[in-house]
Design a protein. Structure first.
Length: 544
C-alpha cells in the first residue's frame, strides 16, 4: 500500500546543547538531582531540589514530582543521552483549569537532593545571548503550551509569545530541547502572579524587563498534555568562541507516495552549530503556516489534503533551508519528490502508518489513531526497514491485557493516511477490512498467546468479530489478512470501551445497521511479554 500524507520531519535540535562546550558557558544547570539519593517522588519531589511546584490541587491532581525515567531519556534530535531524573506534571485536566508553575529563585538554595542553586543574574541584557533551555515532552500527546518565566525586580513575568515546542512527533523516551534567547523589551513579557494554588497570566509588561533576574521557571497551562521536563539550563556565549559550523544536510527522504486527498511524510536531517531554524519552500517560495501546511518553520512539516497540483511531476520542488545561530544557511536540501496517486475507486479508508525516518518514531496519535489499554500494556509506532513505520501492541512483562488500537471519524482527520469518514452500511453491499500482521516477539509465536480480532464502531457502539484473525505465527514478514463485513449479529460480539478499560462481551443483540464510524483491532494477550505488530489498515469495497 502507498502512503497517504506528507509530513516532513527535520530531526535536528531546536535549541542549544544544554552542557557547556567551546561556544557556550553555563550559568545555571538543574538536572533535578541526578545522582543524589535525596531525590524523592510525589508532590514534594521538586521541593527537595530547591524548586517549588504550584498547581490547582495537590490531592486529586495534578501531581508534580521527580522520577527516575526508564529507559533513560534522550534528545530526539541529536540522540544525546539526558539525565535519568525527570520532572512530571500530570493529571492536568479536568483537575486543573488554570495555569501552574515550577520555579526556583536566588533564595531557594539547591535543596537536599539538588546539584545546583540559582544565583541572581545581574545586568542580563549585557550578556551575549543569554539563553533558557529545557528538554520537554508532553506525555499526554496534546500540543504544548508551556512558557519560560523570570522573576525580575521582585515581580514575575512570562514569555507567552514563545510557546515551547514539544516532542509530539517522538515516542518516549525522546524529548525536544526548547530554548528562548532572553530579551528585555516589555512587549515580549506578560505579568505573572503566583498564587497559592495556581498562577494568573496578566497583560503585557508596562516597562522593559531589564533588572537583575532573581528567579526562573516554567509555566504549565491546562491545555498541555502531561508534560515532562529534563535538564534546565541557562547559558551564554563564551569569550572568543570558535567559528560556527554551517548547517549541512545529512539525510533526505526517498520518493514518497500519497493518495489524492490524503497526506504524506518526508524527512531531512541537518548537523551544524546549534540552534538551527528552518524554512520550507516550494519552488523557492517560502511556505506560510496555515491551511494545508502545518509546521513550516520547525521540525515537522505536515501537508494535508494533497492534490495533483502538489505532485513533483507537475513541477513542484520541495526544499528546506536551515539557518544556525550565526546566521549561516545551508544549500537547500534539494528536491524532495512527491508522487500523488489517484485514489482507487474502491478505497474507503487507508492508514499505512507514517514515514518515521532514520531515527525517532511518531506516536500513534500523530497518525490519527488511539490506544485503549490498562496498566502494563503499551503500543505505538516503530521503524521497520528504512523509514517505514508499523504498529506494535504489547501485553507487559508481568500482566496479561486486552488492548484496542483504533481510529474514528473524530480521531483521524487526514494528518496521516486518508481521513476516516463514516461509512453507511446500507450504501455499500461489499465492505472489506484488510491489514498486514506479523508476531512481534517469540512469546507471541506460541499458539493462543495473542488472539486478534477485527473491531468496528457502529453508531457509537463498539463490536468485535466472533472469529479471530488467522495470523501466520511463523511469518517473518508482514502478511495480508482480509475480512468480509457482514451485518448479521452472529458475526459480532459486543465490546465495551470506557477510557482505557476494554472488555469483550457476548453476542450482539441484533444485526448491525446504520453507520460504521470507527475501525480498529482488538488484541487479547493471554500471555505476558507478548507483542503483535500490524501495518497497512485498509477499508475497501472490493470483495475478498
Amino acid at each position: 500500500m502507498k502512503k497517504s500524507i506528507l509530513t516532513i520531519v527535520l530531526l535536528a535540535a531546536s535549541g542549544f546543547a544544554p552542557f557547556a562546550n567551546a561556544a557556550f558557558t553555563n550559568i545555571y544547570v538543574e538536572d533535578w538531582g541526578t545522582g543524589n539519593p535525596g531525590v524523592i517522588t510525589g508532590n514534594a519531589g521538586l521541593s527537595s531540589v530547591g524548586w517549588t511546584p504550584v498547581a490547582t490541587s495537590q490531592t486529586t491532581g495534578p501531581y508534580v514530582g521527580i522520577y527516575t525515567a526508564s529507559p533513560q531519556p534522550t534528545d530526539g534530535a541529536t540522540g544525546e543521552s539526558l539525565p535519568a531524573n525527570t520532572v512530571y506534571y500530570s493529571n492536568l485536566l479536568p483537575n486543573q483549569t488554570t495555569p501552574g508553575i515550577i520555579y526556583t529563585t536566588a533564595s531557594s538554595g539547591p535543596g537536599s537532593g539538588g546539584n545546583s542553586s540559582f544565583s541572581t543574574i545581574n545586568s542580563p541584557n549585557l550578556l551575549t545571548n543569554l539563553t533558557f533551555s529545557v528538554e520537554e515532552r508532553n506525555g499526554g500527546g496534546a500540543p504544548g503550551t508551556n512558557y519560560f518565566a523570570v522573576q525580575v525586580g521582585g515581580s514575575w513575568y512570562v514569555a507567552t509569545s514563545y510557546i515551547m515546542p514539544d516532542s509530539g512527533t517522538l515516542d518516549y523516551p525522546q524529548m525536544t530541547n526548547a530554548t528562548l534567547v532572553y530579551t528585555n523589551p516589555a512587549n515580549v513579557w506578560n505579568s505573572l502572579t503566583i498564587n497559592s494554588t495556581d498562577v494568573t497570566i496578566g497583560g503585557v509588561a508596562s516597562l522593559d524587563v531589564s533588572q537583575p533576574i532573581t528567579g526562573v521557571g516554567i509555566v504549565i497551562t491546562p491545555t498541555t498534555g502531561q508534560p515532562n521536563f529534563n535538564r534546565f539550563a541557562l547559558q551564554v556565549f563564551a569569550n572568543n568562541p570558535p567559528p560556527a559550523n554551517p548547517p549541512a544536510n545529512t539525510f533526505a527522504t526517498a520518493i514518497q507516495n500519497v493518495y489524492e486527498g490524503g497526506g504524506v511524510s518526508l524527512l531531512t536531517r541537518f548537523n551544524g552549530t546549534l540552534p538551527l531554524s528552518y524554512q520550507w519552500t516550494t519552488n523557492d517560495v517560502p511556505l506560510t503556516e496555515g491551511g494545508k501546511y502545518i509546521g513550516v518553520a520547525n521540525n515537522t512539516l505536515t501537508i494535508t489534503n494533497v492534490s495533483l497540483d502538489d505532485a513533483t511531476a507537475n513541477g513542484v520542488v520541495y526544499s528546506v533551508t536551515a539557518t544556525n545561530i550565526a546566521g549561516m544557511t545551508n544549500a537547500p536540501a534539494g528536491s524532495l519528490a512527491l508522487n500523488v496517486l489517484p485514489r482507487p475507486s474502491d478505497m474507503l479508508y487507508s492508514e499505512t502508518l507514517p514515514y518515521v525516518g532514520p531515527s525517532g518514531n511518531l506516536s500513534l496519535t500523530d497518525v490519527g489513531w488511539a490506544n485503549a489499554f490498562g496498566a502494563g500494556a503499551s503500543g505505538g509506532i516503530f521503524s521497520v526497514g528504512f523509514g517505514q513505520g508499523a504498529y506494535f501492541d504489547y501485553s507487559g512483562f508481568t500482566t496479561t491485557s486486552t488492548n484496542l488500537a483504533y481510529t474514528t471519524f473524530t480521531n483521524d482527520t487526514g494528518l496521516s493516511g486518508l481521513p476516516f469518514a463514516p461509512i453507511d452500511i446500507a450504501s455499500h453491499p461489499v465492505i472489506t477490512l484488510q491489514a498486514q500482521f506479523q508476531p512481534g516477539n517469540a512469546g507471541a509465536r506460541n499458539d493462543g498467546a495473542v488472539t486478534t480480532y477485527w473491531a468496528i464502531r457502529v453508531n457509537g457502539s463498539w463490536f468485535y468479530s466472533v472469529e479471530p484473525i488467522n495470523i501466520d505465527l511463523t511469518a517473518t514478514s508482514y502478511l495480508t489478512n482480509q475480512y468480509a463485513f457482514h451485518a448479521a449479529a452472529t458475526n459480532w460480539n459486543v465490546l465495551s470501551v470506557n477510557g482505557n478499560n476494554v472488555i469483550p462481551g457476548g453476542a450482539a443483540s441484533g444485526d448491525l445497521s446504520g453507520t460504521i464510524d470507527g475501525v480498529g483491532l482488538l488484541f487479547v494477550h493471554n500471555a505476558v511479554d507478548t507483542s503483535m505488530n500490524f501495518e497497512n489498515f485498509v477499508v475497501s469495497t472490493s470483495p475478498v
